[in-house]
Design a protein around this ligand. Structure first.
Ligand SMILES: Nc1ncnc2c1ncn2[C@@H]1O[C@H](COP(=O)(O)OP(=O)(O)OP(=O)(O)O)[C@@H](O)[C@H]1O
Length: 324
């Protein structure tokens, strides 16, 4: 189990980088760390690895206290691997050799099995004998991912592991990688900007904002019962609507997702005016002027700018969407 207790850290005295971070991750769980650029995701992973010294608080990995460079000459724990955004690869040797460098020399037959399994996971079997210098950025990132897993760590810390990987490859790679980690019961924390990484592949998600913890729950809980507008807006364009229009408390505001606003072209209960239609492949995202605010709703077809529509709000559990 990973335990992070009351963690505080600052690079400079003027500005705290991370403040009062508390969370626990059980063996084999996958946790996404999400938040805007500069919110402290990479710093948190480096602190957990032991690359930096905490100002306050403690980190425990399986009851062992993680010590920073002030107390530990060689940072890092034996069974923990950190994959940073810079890949440490040998350009003049092959993909396979880069990987085998990280495996023990004692057991060549077992190494062969592990190496093939990992190359399959990151879809590099075809490039196994290619020198790394001939690979694209995304291919190099996949070699680095395989390397990080070579020694079967118990905890992997992945800093934006798909940042160089194109959308086509990313979907398959995510499925393969996270199912490999589950199969091997490897605990994983991964920093990401991409909500799709967190939706389907995290057991829990840690949301950071300007170095503070906004939330730490399952993606379903974050989506269905968001505690703040900020957390709800991680997922998509979201609306904050007064209870006056929803049958709720008129002094309160509620989160309403675009698919929960039906556009009716005849009934005129809550009238709004179409501002713009955005093509979204299987539907259109429609921006609307409603009273003094802009709302977002989905519709199956494009609507002309200036068209008057009426809104029907259909939120299943309004109380779950109440925002303080
Ligand atoms: N070595 C450093 N010295 C001083 N400040 C730093 C250092 N590294 C990062 N910072 C600052 O700390 C804050 C957090 O940076 P960090 O890289 O952890 O954020 P992040 O959420 O990972 O960002 P990104 O998503 O862009 O990678 C930022 O304001 C950054 O400028």
């Amino acid at each position: 189990m990973l335990k992070v207790n009351h963690l505080h850290f600052a690079y400079t005295k003027e500005k705290p980088t991370l403040q009062n971070i508390n969370f626990e991750v059980k063996k084999g769980e996958h946790v996404a760390v999400i938040g805007e650029s500069g919110c402290g995701k990479s710093t948190l992973l480096h602190l957990i690895f032991g690359n930096l010294d905490l100002d306050e608080g403690e980190i425990f990995w399986n009851e062992k206290k993680v010590l920073g460079p002030a107390y530990n000459l060689i940072p890092g724990l034996d069974d923990v691997k950190l994959l940073t955004q810079e890949f440490d690869l040998m350009p003049f040797t092959s993909v396979e050799e880069n990987l085998k460098k990280h495996l023990s020399r004692m057991n060549p037959e077992e190494n062969e099995v592990i190496s093939q399994d990992l190359l399959k996971t990151v879809d590099l079997l075809e490039l196994a004998t290619t020198k790394v210098k001939y690979l694209s950025g995304g291919q190099k990132q996949r070699v680095a991912l395989a390397q990080a897993l070579a020694k079967k760590p118990n905890l992997v810390l992945l800093d934006e592991p798909f940042s160089h990987i194109d959308q086509y490859k990313k979907n398959q790679l995510r499925r393969e990688l996270f199912s490999y980690l589950k199969k091997e019961k490897i605990t994983c924390l991964f920093a990401t900007h991409d909500v799709k990484d967190m939706l389907s592949f995290s057991d829990k998600t840690l949301v950071l904002e300007k170095g503070k913890m906004l939330d730490f729950r399952t993606p379903e809980e974050l989506y269905l019962q968001p505690k703040s507008y900020k957390v709800a807006s991680l997922f998509e364009e979201v609306n904050l609507i007064s209870g006056e229009f929803l049958g709720g408390n008129s002094a309160q505001n509620y989160v309403v997702y675009p698919h929960e606003i039906e556009l009716n072209l005849s009934n005129k209960q809550w009238e709004a005016e179409v501002k713009q239609s955005y093509f979204m492949a299987d539907r259109y995202l429609i921006s609307l002027q409603f009273k003094q605010q802009i709302l977002f709703a989905y519709h199956h077809s494009k609507l002309a700018r200036g068209k008057k529509v009426s809104l029907h709000f259909s939120v299943a559990n309004l109380e779950d969407r109440l925002i303080d």
